[in-house]
Design a binder for this molecule. Sequence first.
Ligand code: E4P
Length: 214
Amino acid sequence: MKLFLDSAHVSEVREAWSWGIIDGVTTNPSHVSKTGRKALDVYAEILDIVDGPVSLETIALTAPEIIDEGRALAKLHKNVVVKVPLLKEGLKAVKVLSAEGIKTNVTVTFSPLQALLAAKCGATYISPFVGRLDAVGHTGMDLVEQIRAIYDNYGFQTEIIAAALRHPTHVLDCALAGADISTMAFDILDQLYNHPLTDIVLNQFLTDWAKVPK
Ligand code: E4P
């Protein structure tokens, strides 16, 4: 499973990229807003750091405008993936952008049938929002499993980016469910390294090593 960082903070992107475990980055309007910076400045720096897919989200709500915005974003760099909301107009735009060879990530996805429609329009990626479903009393991981089954049934090539993940167990469940990618915040990515027994056993080894005659 590929791992993406879900952030627009350049310092987080630089640090996570240096670890050698991330394959790409996803951003969204809220992430960009939190930086307090101009979107294009942020995008340029992220694209300079990351040698992999970087999702940049469109803001328009009509197909012609989303297409224009998507074409402009795609011109920024070969690694740009145009992130488009799962609206009827959005999927019309995805169909056009895909036909032009522009990669797309269909976002704010909450049902398997929405994901089916996105795949039919040629979406490169689909982003089901797992944690947001959990937050309203559903089991978000069911959505990842259902999309996996539908895409496998019909051989769709659209890759599943499990998104809105809230903790490492979500990442584990995504890997078991066959998500192609998990995208997550910096702190969750960092937590993937940790296990208390690693610290305890390593400490024991180092303590014992100190007793070895030098
Ligand atoms: C994914 O691409 C989104 O940017 C992200 O996961 C949204 O999740 P959240 O706003 O619920 O954290």
